[in-house]
Structure formats: structure tokens, C-alpha cells
Design a protein around this ligand. Sequence first.
Ligand code: DAH
Length: 341
Amino acid sequence: MNEALEAIKQSILEGEKKLTDSKSVYEFKKSFLDSKNGKIGQLMKEMKNIPKEDRAAYGKGVNELKEWATNVFASVEEKIKAKELELRYKAEKIDVTMPAKEIHTGNLHPITQMRNQLIDVFSSMGFEVYEGAEIENDYYNFTALNTPKDHPARDMQDTFYLSPEFLLRTQTSAGQIHVMEDRKPPIKIISPGKVFRSDDDATHSPMFTQMEGLVVDENITLCDLQGMLDVFVQKIYGEGTVTRLRPSYFPFTEPSVEVDCSCFECGGKGCKFCKGTGWIEILGAGIVNKKVLENCGIDSEKYSGLAFGIGIERTAMLKYGINNIKLLFESDLRVLKQLDD
Ligand code: DAH
């Protein structure tokens, strides 16, 4: 009997040296101590075959072996766990002297930011947003806006024609017609969106963004226009900024005006930015031409309207002091990151 116990002891001592990780320790331990299938567990089952007088000594021997084996496994387990922990610490070691990893957060494109700011400003004055379509037909983009075929004003907007009938809209003004056809006054909308012209230099791009404004109601005058634009320039360019209106020409407004704002760089004294004039041209606007109202079935005796068209890139370029529109389209993160409001 003693030999059997001794043999088990020897196999534990030999096997124990070969153990390398907690999993193998567990398996090895189980192969001895498992009460059903373990070698020591099975010795206990043998009890019934042992002559009565030897049973006490047998039981004692097996129990001692079990206790001894339990201790051996516990100390091997402890050693191996410590080794594993050490290896893990080594592998996961953090060098606290390393520079921190930079976390890059994204930001909205400056044009999107500008567009959102403009929407906020005009929404606060009760304007609704109307999304127009980028493909228009000749009627909405020109004819209904009092610019029939062969009208010289068509030359002002080099057009990308898709067919003799369809084109990429050259101005968000096209949306005015849709709105006035679909709704009855009072109307108070802004319509931001992309427009397209065959034009390309430092301040022009074949695709750019405009925001149209249209108000139609009884007794709308240029004073209403200027009041709203004063709010706009103050919110975008700073308090104290004022506007002035200069006579101009657009086929769809009569009278038409070019709107300047006081130079927000020098406060109107005259500087390089405003070319010494104290004023900066910001947008075109006017009182909706009666012909345009009538083209849309609106009674031009009862109602009048005001309209304006803001260039969103131009507004952003003025605000951020950018002199080349391409900087806004090149997706150079070094530029775009600086234009985060
Ligand atoms: N549509 C004009 C353009 O693209 C801008 C404009 C001028 C819009 C006067 C208007 C306006 O609504 O009244 O150049």
C-alpha cells in the first residue's frame, strides 16, 4: 500500500517541475485530487477492499498524502501565478514619460458652421428654412425671376446647362418662385444651398453656397429689409456694425440695392481691409419686383416683398479674414482647424 502512495508522491514531484502556467497546474491538480477520477480520490474508493484491521492506517496514509499534495499544488500555484503576473506587468508596462497620445476631435466645416449661424440668426427673427433643389429648369432660375431668354443679366451668371431646359441653379433665388407658387403670404423664408457658376478665381468657385431670404406680406419696405440685415451683421460681425444701402440692379428686385456693412476691422475709419472706405460690400437685396410676384400669382397691389441673397463663403471669408476661397474647399486640416468657432 505504501508503495502505491509513494509512487503517487513521486509522480507529483516529477510532474510538478514541468508545470508552466495556471491552466496546466489546474489540470495536473485535478488529475490527482478530483474526488471521482483523481488518482488520490480513487484511493479513497479502494477503502472498502482493504481488510478491516488495516483500514485506519490506510485512511490515515491517504489523508496525509492528500494533505501533502494539496500543499504542494498550492505552493506551485502561488509561484506560477506570481510569475504570470510579473510577465503581464512587463507586457502592459506604461511608460509615464511618453508624450500623451493626441486625441483628434472633428469639427464642422467652416461653411457648415457659417450656414448654421446664419440659420440661427434668421430663425430668431421668425424665418423658416426652405430647402430648394440644385437642379432647376430655366423658368425657375431665370424667366420667372424676370430674366427672360436673351436678357443681358443672364451674362452675370455663367450657367452650367444640363440640357436646353435644365441647369444647375446659379442662385438660390430660384427657390423664391417655388415658395411663392406653393404658399400664400405672409411668407418669411430663408433658403440656404449650393449654387453653380462657370467661374473660377481667388474669390470665385464653380460651386459655392448662398442663402436666400424672402419676406412677402402687406406693407413690406426697404426699412424692414435694413432692420433685419442690421440684426444679421451685428450677430455675425459684432455689435455696433451697421449697414448702408447703395442703388444696384437685379432683374427680380425693384428697387435693387447692394448692402455694405461698416468695416468691422477699423470700425469704419478706413483700413487695408475695407480699402480705406470704411465699408464692406456684403450682399445683394431689394424689394421683390412686382412682375415676379405676379408670375407667382401674388397680388402685387396688396402685397410687397423683400429679398436678399447672402454668399456664405463670402461671409465666412470676411469674418475669418480669408483672401482665397479655395482655402475653404481644399480640406486642409491645418486651415479648417483654425476656423472652428
Ligand atoms: N441672386 C443674386 C446673385 O446670385 C443675389 C441676390 C440679389 C438675391 C438680390 C436676392 C436679391 O434675393 O434680392 O447674385
